[in-house]
Design a protein. Structure first.
Length: 340
């Protein structure tokens, strides 16, 4: 029904406006008596065999929502109600920021893809915290953190520290985002020395806590093999808990849609193979020494299984969720059960 009725209508309108409309629609829908149980019966697949324990956390199923969809933690309960095993909010920055000028979100329909140059638009970490206080441990939450656009790279670590300290009581794990292509010079922080220093600093803060929380690194799909080997070494040196592979790509190889030359990060089906290759490389070269969350171009259960077989412990959806609808979550979980 989603692909045949709702999606054609939604795709006639500006994608950012539709995103906002969808949030309002879901929020209102979940307030209707009985609707939560109806959606649970339709989209949830509960089975003990789907549970995963990864970096010390128990996930009710291995299919999560990637960062960027619910940046400000406005809809994490409703989205969890569609069957996700975990929700990653953000990217959050210390101060609110509007992001890049509109128009900044583009559908590439013939490519089953999206290009975005949002630029970490969010209401700031403190605003998100007020919403996260209502969670009561109902939803497993990842906190994706970044730096403000106006913060120079030499002071970036301070922004990450602010977000880490503020969010610590309210999220289950952290994701350090240095791989978005939409904040000027941010990807320079992926270089070995600044990245090592940043992660060491956060780990020092983490160790001072009574119950330290997992810290993951989200990487770009455009890294060379040499850079990926550096990532493996950095994980070993800093003892962070894992890697999310991957963020959006700046490549435009093989695209056919009219919007293919828009600047920004490309997500969706064109990223499927590239992100899986990164997962496989990291898993093989590290001897599976750390968990990997696989994300990028998952539009079918088969796409998710390929990432799991390549070495991912968990997977996340974003663009595939937009194109395929919430049924994709259940289809992936069912395919995982069918493989057992």
């Amino acid at each position: 029904m989603y692909k045949s009725i709702f999606r054609p209508i939604l795709f006639k309108f500006d994608p950012e406006k539709i995103h906002q409309f969808t949030f309002s629609f879901l929020r209102s829908t979940f307030k209707i008596p009985g609707i939560k149980n109806i959606l649970k019966n339709k989209y949830h697949l509960q089975d003990k065999r789907l549970e995963r324990e990864v970096f010390g956390l128990k996930f009710k199923n291995p299919v999560g929502l990637a960062a960027g969809f619910d940046k400000d933690a406005k809809l994490y309960k409703e989205l969890s109600g569609l069957g996700f095993g975990f929700i990653e909010i953000g990217t959050l920055t210390p101060k609110p920021q509007a992001g890049n000028p509109k128009k900044r979100l583009f559908r590439l329909k013939s490519d089953n893809a999206i290009i975005n140059r949002m630029g970490f638009n969010n209401g700031g970490v403190e605003t998100a915290i007020e919403r996260l206080k209502k969670n009561n441990n109902e939803v497993l939450i990842g906190g994706n953190i970044g730096k403000n656009k106006t913060t120079p790279n030499e002071k970036a670590v301070e922004d990450y520290k602010i977000c880490f300290e503020a969010l610590f009581p309210y999220v289950n794990y952290f994701v350090v985002n240095v791989s978005s292509p939409n904040t000027p010079n941010l990807r320079e922080l992926q270089d070995k020395k600044p990245l090592t220093d940043l992660l060491k600093t956060l780990q020092e803060l983490n160790k001072k806590k009574e119950n330290p929380k997992p810290i993951l690194l989200k990487i770009a799909p455009d890294l060379t093999e040499e850079q990926l080997l550096d990532i493996i070494e950095i994980v070993k040196i800093t003892k962070i808990d894992g890697v999310i592979a991957t963020n959006t790509t700046i490549s435009r190889e093989g695209l056919t849609s009219a919007n293919k030359n828009q600047t920004g990060g490309l997500s969706g089906k064109p990223l499927t193979k590239k992100s899986t290759e990164v997962i496989r490389f990291l898993a093989e070269k590290s001897n599976q020494s750390f968990p990997i969350i696989g994300v990028g171009g998952i539009h079918s259960a088969e796409d998710a299984l390929e990432k799991i077989e390549a070495g991912a412990s968990l997977v996340q959806l974003y663009t595939g969720f937009i194109y395929e609808g919430p049924k994709l979550i259940k289809e992936i979980n069912q395919a995982i059960l069918d493989k057992k």
